[in-house]
Design a protein around this ligand. Structure first.
Ligand code: BTN
Length: 331
């Protein structure tokens, strides 16, 4: 059974307000009663609480925290972002998987999702600790038709998308972005983004945006325990990971559309700056040509951070070229 048919059957049951009969599903999707029955059995075995009642049909009684291609594809409401999902129960790194898929010609918007990464990668060669069953590890494959120097702005689009999703779902939480791309909740890191690109000097082959979101963890290893948190710890409840993935894809597609038309981030500088934790704060710029301090003002249309130095001059710094640290602690 193709993943998309399974996803369609799941979608039909999910979207039905009441019981939906096997016949109705068959008529809607043009599949046999036996095929529907087989999918229902598979879904029940995967953990879906689907009630089957004679003469009434099927009803999904609860929404378990299941990540699978069928689950995600039955819920994603986009034109292209995440329309094709490659799910792994366990993998080394979804960024590497997305790169392999790119090399095999997979289309723009394909999404790799894993429940567990055994060699998750962070920025600057660091490890991204990726335990099973608790968090989101996903990588979105893009094939942009703009020049490579614009690609770093894609990371900012993903940062805003994640921030918008979290602040939209959990209105009481303090959500910020630490330039260029850490999303913080209650001043601790909840999401990291690793963007990798394959390009010629004037042509992008593909870009992979890897996103790690701490969703249901209650434990962090000592090396990150002071700076990391999870949505569950902040919100005090278990969170449905698929809901977050779906919403991030929807926001990202929206922002990407505006960005691709404009060629820069000018249309959402104000939104980005409203989340920017560094804004108005003193930061230290670890420039390979020499460190300096200044006060971060916001980003410009190219997504660069504007810094007012103590000598009165303003400079802009591009992500990837320098690292910016808060003077006092993590933020
Ligand atoms: C950071 O250092 O803040 C970036 C972390 C990025 C982690 C994500 S998890 C999904 C994707 N696969 C990886 O190996 N890394 C990224």
């Amino acid at each position: 059974m193709a993943v998309s048919t399974k996803a369609e059957i799941l979608k039909a049951i999910r979207n039905s307000k009441d019981y939906i009969s096997g016949q109705e599903i068959c008529d809607k999707l043009g599949v046999s009663r036996t095929a529907v029955w087989k999918v229902i059995k598979q879904l029940q075995a995967e953990g879906y609480d689907i009630e089957a009642v004679t003469n009434k049909g099927y009803c999904l009684l609860s929404y378990p925290d299941i990540l699978s291609s069928s689950e995600l594809m039955s819920r994603i409401n986009t034109k292209w972002a995440g329309q094709r999902v490659y799910y792994h129960k366990e993998t080394e790194s979804t960024n590497d998987d997305a790169r392999y898929l790119a090399e095999e010609g997979m289309e723009h918007g394909s999404l790799v999702v894993a429940d567990h990464q055994t060699a998750g990668k962070g920025r600057r060669g660091r490890e991204w600790v990726s335990p099973p069953g608790e968090a989101i590890y996903m990588s979105l494959l893009l094939r942009p038709d703009f020049s490579p120097e614009r690609a770093s702005m894609l990371t900012l689009l993903m940062g805003i998308s994640v921030a918008e999703v979290i602040s939209g779902l959990y209105k009481d939480l303090k959500v910020n972005i630490k330039w260029p791309n850490d999303v913080l909740v209650q001043d601790r890191k909840v999401c990291g983004i690793l963007t990798e690109m394959s390009a010629e000097p004037d042509y992008i082959h593909h870009v992979v945006i890897g996103v790690g979101i701490n969703v249901n963890q209650t434990y962090f290893p000592p090396e990150v325990a002071d700076v990391a948190t999870s949505l569950r710890l902040c919100q005090g409840e278990m969170i449905d990971r698929a809901q977050i993935i779906v919403a991030v894809m929807e926001y990202f597609e929206y922002y990407y559309g505006i960005f691709a038309e404009r060629g820069d981030v000018s249309d959402f500088v104000h939104i980005y700056d409203s989340y920017l934790i560094n804004r108005g704060r003193e930061v230290k710029v670890l420039d390979p040509k020499g460190e300096y301090t200044g006060v971060a003002e916001g980003i410009n249309d190219k997504g660069e951070l504007i810094i007012n130095k103590s000598d009165g001059t303003a400079v802009t710094v591009a992500s990837g070229e320098v690292s910016v640290r808060g003077i006092y602690g993590y933020v």
